[in-house]
Design a protein around this ligand. Structure first.
Ligand code: C2E
Ligand code: MG
Ligand code: MG
Length: 600
């Protein structure tokens, strides 16, 4: 910078700066105190003074002042206007400047201040826009990341079991579907091991759910550790499943199942308890093509039940034939209620004949099912099913009612009519309403209680607790006869029967079968002696004895000699519809008047 072109006569930058500060304050929000503002403008005033005097004229100073004003947030159009005004009116005067070209210099100075101001303002706006753009980008990236993170977290939660952290049913099903749809990723076959802990409920009940949960976590960890890269998932409860994606043959999957069983059966130290558990596994292994996940899992589940039914602590392998048989059984049991409604069941009756004089003492009601597709079905093919499913209560109720209804009509005003013997399943005996049901039936049909006999198996008697025995006693007190069916096939002993309300023993056909051999055969003689002592013991207990499965006249004669009271079997008559029984009864009444029936 050269010699000053403008001379300073009386310098008073302070009063100018104050006037300037007064002019601009209030034109925009200033983040500083009045004193700070004055100090700033004081400094800028000194620069303006320098600019006015500099030789040659230096544009940069005015521009610098303009820029500093903007930087100090004096950045509105009004702020600039007032600044220009105050400089124009007061600067030269307040600073006491004297020069020929002061007006010219002032004009240039104002122009440079305005230019600097405008540029700074533009730059600041650009900067602001840029930083807003950048902030928006950063915010968007953060939001996207947060979304991705939460999606991943959500997906993890939706596909994993919170207790064991194993994949859950959803993820397992996804992987299984993928394995079935993309065979060839490994082998062409897929294997599934459906694992369920044996008696896990006992752990929960005895030690509490917390220990149960810890045991599940332990099992999950063990399975994951020993099964390496096979997918192990928890389906819920104590059910786990292992997916064997690269199976070459059944043995591959069986090996996986054996490894899993061995791992689970190692003693576990859980919450201070040493627990030993076992598991059962249903294995399905088949070509991936043509199988759906649902079908495969249903097969695995059925197979698991085979392993459980065989005693647990083992694996079972799916067997299509067995599965078909079970499905057929299931279909049959599911059809029972409809069949009852449509009246597809009917009763045959089989004579129970006195061995002493050949009288028809009673008849056993035996249920049959006239199945629309399968023909007439014997009870052995559906009674077991009905017992398992509980449908026996409905079916047995129908049999009881039907038998009472028909039997009542046989009396025809005489008192030598045969009694009707009805088989009762264990569930029927255990039902609390049995006494009321029988009482109501007798009342409704008018059948005297003495003409009803209930057949109960030994095992029913043995497994029956206090309450049902009381019900049988009430019925016996009413006059209803109670018989033990198939005696000798269970574990009932005669001494036990002494305390039960039983009136008759029906000795199982197996014991009577021995009497079919010639009486000279030593084994046959032994059977006869056993039967003989059984009969005397029964008589000592005031029980009558009916022999089942009597097929020949010789058997009947030997049983009579032993002292057996009655016989049932083909020798006396096969199970037949009620009208045939009635016809026999009528024939016997005509012939002897004592209900004696002629044999076929
Ligand atoms: P059960 O009560 O021991 O009935 C006797 C079974 O032996 C009958 O078979 C009968 O046909 C058969 N039988 C009769 N005489 C002879 C013979 O001389 N030789 C041979 N080998 N067998 C003979 P069914 O009718 O097939 O009944 C089988 C079983 O089904 C019955 O055995 C009984 O336990 C059960 N049952 C039948 N009806 C009912 C019912 O309404 N309710 C319940 N809960 N079970 C029933
Ligand atoms: Mg029976
Ligand atoms: Mg029997």
């Amino acid at each position: 910078m050269g010699e000053p072109a403008v001379a300073l006569t009386r310098s008073c930058p302070g009063s100018f700066a104050r006037a300037w500060a007064k002019a601009v304050s209030g034109t925009s929000y200033l983040p500083m105190t009045q004193a700070q503002l004055e100090a700033l403008l004081q400094r800028l005033t000194e620069q303006l003074a320098v600019a006015l005097q500099a030789e040659p004229f230096d544009l940069r100073i005015g521009q610098q002042v303009g820029a500093e004003l903007v930087a100090a947030h004096i950045a509105s159009a009004e702020g600039l206007g007032r600044t220009i005004e105050v400089i124009q009116l007061r600067l030269v005067r307040d600073l006491g400047l004297v020069a020929d070209d002061v007006e010219d210099r002032m004009a240039r100075l104002l122009a440079t201040v305005a230019t600097g101001y405008a540029r700074a303002l533009r730059d600041r706006t650009l900067d602001e826009q840029e930083s807003i753009r950048r902030a928006a980008m950063v915010a968007r990236a953060q939001a996207e990341r947060a979304l991705r993170d939460s999606e991943a977290r959500f997906r993890y939660q939706a596909t994993h079991d919170p207790l064991t952290d194993l994949p859950n049913r959803t993820l397992f099903t996804e992987r299984l579907s993928a394995a079935l749809n993309e065979p060839g990723r490994g082998g062409d076959r897929v294997g599934v091991c459906f694992l369920d802990l044996d008696r896990f409920k006992v752990v929960n009940d005895a030690l509490g759910h917390q220990v149960g949960d810890s045991l599940l976590v332990w099992v999950a960890q063990r399975l994951r550790r020993v099964l390496g890269d096979h997918l192990v998932a928890r389906l819920g409860g104590d059910e786990f499943v292992i997916l064997v994606e690269r199976a070459d043959c059944t043995e591959d999957v069986v090996r996986v199942a054996e490894t899993a069983l061995a791992a689970v059966s190692e003693p576990a130290l859980v919450d201070g308890h040493e627990l030993t558990v076992s598991a059962s596994i249903g294995i399905v292994e088949r070509p991936a093509a043509g199988t759906s996940p649902g079908e495969l899992m249903r097969a695995a589940n059925s197979t698991l039940h085979w392993a459980k039914a065989a005693g647990g602590a083992r694996w079972s392998l799916f067997d299509a034939d067995r599965n078909r048989r079970e499905l057929a059984r299931y279909a049959l049991s599911a059809a029972i209620p409809g069949a009852l409604e449509r009246g597809e069941f009917f009763l045959d009756y089989q004579p129970l004949t006195s061995l002493r004089d050949g009288t028809l003492l009673g008849v056993e009601a035996l249920v049959r099912w006239r199945h629309p597709e399968l023909g007439v079905l014997r009870p052995d093919s559906f009674i077991g099913l009905a017992e398992e499913t509980g449908l026996i209560v409905q079916l047995g109720g129908w049999v009881l009612a039907e038998a009472c209804r028909e039997a009542e009509s046989w009396a025809a005003g005489r008192d030598d009519a045969p009694f009707v013997s009805v088989n009762l399943a264990v569930r029927q005996v255990r039902r609390p309403g049995l006494v009321q049901e029988v009482r109501a039936l007798l009342g409704r049909t008018g059948l005297p209680p003495e003409r009803l006999q209930l057949e109960i198996t030994e095992s029913t008697m043995m497994s029956t607790v206090e309450e049902p025995v009381r019900a049988l006693r009430v019925l016996a007190d009413l006059g209803v006869r109670i018989a033990i069916d198939d005696f000798g096939t269970g574990y009932c002993n005669l001494a036990y029967l002494r305390d039960l309300p039983v009136t008759e023993l029906k000795v199982a056909g197996e014991f009577v079968a021995g009497l079919r051999a010639p009486a000279t055969d030593p084994a046959s003689r032994t059977d006869e002696r056993i039967l003989g002592s059984l009969v005397s013991l029964a008589h000592a207990l005031d029980l009558t004895v009916t022999a089942e499965g009597v097929e020949t006249a010789d058997q009947a004669e030997r049983l009579r000699t032993i002292g057996c009271d009655a016989g049932q079997g083909w020798h006396f008559g096969r199970p037949a519809p009620a009208d045939q029984i009635l016809a026999r009864l009528a024939r016997a009444r005509r012939a002897g008047g004592q209900g004696k029936i002629a044999l076929d």
